[in-house]
Design a protein around this ligand. Structure first.
Ligand code: CMX
Length: 145
């Protein structure tokens, strides 16, 4: 089965209150889009739009010092954290099934609610060449999740 995915954003981990990249993006003329608190992931996310279309840049600003992004910064320092791919509606569950059968390990058994009204799951970097990969799908197809 062929799956349709597109690169949606690049997530960048940043410490709370650090505005270096935001300033740089502004000077480069990259406009700031929406910001959203994602309590479940322990971060505030700030989207920056490249000419209004994906791929976007997503700053992950730490809010929960015990969360996974805080842990990432502690271990590896701030910087590029994940690549996020948008999966066509209805495609996430079958894609997870296929990738799991191929040996890829997901961080959650079932997708969780993410920013921008998305269902999200992550492929563990240990099974994906050292890169954390987020897969996301519009929640419209799953109104109860
Ligand atoms: N990219 C690449 N490698 C990473 C990584 C990342 N983002 N995060 C952790 N790792 C590496 C660690 O360096 C470590 O490598 P070594 O074994 O070589 O030292 C290994 O993965 C295990 O790391 P850990 O610190 O022990 O962390 P855990 O295994 O407990 O958790 C992970 C790692 C990916 C499962 C966890 O961070 C996770 O569940 N991530 C998904 C949730 C998330 O990242 N949310 C933030 C984004 C929210 C959003 O965009 O909305």
């Amino acid at each position: 089965m062929a799956f349709q995915v597109s690169l949606n954003h690049i997530g960048i981990a940043t410490a709370a209150g650090n505005t270096q990249l935001e300033k740089l993006f502004r000077l480069l003329g990259i406009t700031r889009g929406v910001s959203e608190q994602v309590a479940e992931q322990g971060v505030d996310v700030h989207f920056f739009n490249l000419e209004g279309t994906p791929p976007h840049l997503e700053l992950l600003e730490v809010r929960d010092p015990a969360g996974s992004v805080a842990k990432f910064i502690e271990k590896r320092g701030p910087g590029i954290h994940h690549l996020s791919f948008l999966v066509e509606e209805g495609g996430l569950d079958p894609l997870m099934k296929t990738l799991t059968a191929e040996g890829f390990k997901f961080t959650y058994e079932t997708p969780k609610a993410g920013a921008q009204g998305m269902r999200i799951n992550f492929i563990h970097p240990a099974t994906a060449g050292g890169v954390l990969i987020e897969l996301m799908e519009a929640r419209d197809a799953h109104p109860n999740q």
